[in-house]
Design a protein around this ligand. Sequence first.
Ligand SMILES: Nc1ncnc2c1ncn2[C@@H]1O[C@H](COP(=O)(O)OP(=O)(O)OP(=O)(O)O)[C@@H](O)[C@H]1O
Length: 451
Amino acid sequence: MKPGPRILLVDDDPGVLKGLRGLLSDEGFQPVEARSAAEASRLLDAPEGPPELMLLDLRMPGETGLEFLARLPRPLPAPVVVLSGEASPAEAVQALKLGATDFVEKPPSPERLLTALRNALALGALQEERQRLLEDLARPGHLVGESPAMEHLRHLISRVGPSDAAVLITGETGTGKERVARALHLASGRKGRFVAINCAAIPATLLESELFGHEKGAFSGATARRPGRFEQAQGGTLFLDELGDMPLELQAKLLRALETKEVERLGSTGPIAVDVRILAATHQDLARAVKEGRFRQDLFFRLNVMPLAVPPLRERPEDLLPLARAFAAEIAGPHVPFMVAPGAEALLRAYRWPGNVRELRNVIERLNLLRGDGPLTLTADAVEGAAPQAPRAARPTLGQKAYREHVEDFERELIRAALEEGGSIAGAARLLQVDRGNLYRRIKALGLPMP
Ligand SMILES: Nc1ncnc2c1ncn2[C@@H]1O[C@H](COP(=O)(O)OP(=O)(O)OP(=O)(O)O)[C@@H](O)[C@H]1O
């Protein structure tokens, strides 16, 4: 049989300890006893590690329970339930402020005590789970998600990662293409760096020198020699994001670099050998771009050796809550409870999520800003368009949103209209008379779908 949870009992009264020992052993706990805060400290540092739970008396000679609680490291080594003497509610509240999960008055009723301990244990397990999620999320290549699509993607990454083959990652904006690229890089075991370049965000005129580098004096403004991203990724991986936006002339140069495994800095006289694995991503249909003459067929064939498609979030609804939970733990911190409002899940599953995982992350960020001290609750109306009746007001309804949110709503409408009329980011940028890179960044920040 699996041994029960270890529980550290801290009380100076041997009679109380004896009573608790009997009760808790009968209930399957493994009690460990300390007669003072100092002894409890020693037990917490013992080689077998901290217990799963602590039951702490507040009134003790020497260091009191409150003082002990205050100096424990954060996060607490285990959830703490305190035993407060008669008529010390202020101390009990103080203990809760210091991170105790619950308090039980002395002499404790067995039922009340066991309930408090079981709840604390459940909470501890939940917090541990969130801590684990958080650590997972912090690993750059870790993909959160339990859908069959995600499982399949993880499987492909483990197979394709450890090769030098170029991979073309396709998927709508915000689906996690860059994250997949990082996962591939980690799985490759290549020693060099992962270097990313966004072909849509960098002005076409600068892209070439960014990729290939330049010598001093190669063009006006080239005041010093600079190696390009290819060289920075030496021995590692170069991730070409939004490859579909790369100008045609540059596509020719890229193809040459891939074939010769050499690059030439602008203004240089000799080639430099590069050992770089190429990963590329696009939200565009490159086959169509080839047909329309916007993308070189030879480069497409060269990069499309191993296509990897990241499905949109709406096609893998099983990932919604695990992702939301992971983002909540990351953004609000692992100790803030995460909840889902009744009925919200069905509406969120029905929503289209045009901005995909990035949009979901933005929703959680917004909820966290509005949350105050309470739990982070995922509601359907936190998601624009997912609420059951969200009529678009011709005139803004004031009073619910902050100034910035109103402005962002307007910005979304404006950019949507410009994209529709302009047909592409470049077209919309022309209409709005703004820089293409800036417009691209706003589209991403606002969670709008890429055209
Ligand atoms: N499976 C996942 N697990 C954890 N985080 C994810 C996952 N998918 C996406 N994200 C997060 O969502 C955000 C958007 O992901 P990412 O930048 O990789 O998308 P993208 O498809 O490359 O977007 P774009 O097309 O706009 O470049 C990032 O914050 C990323 O960390």
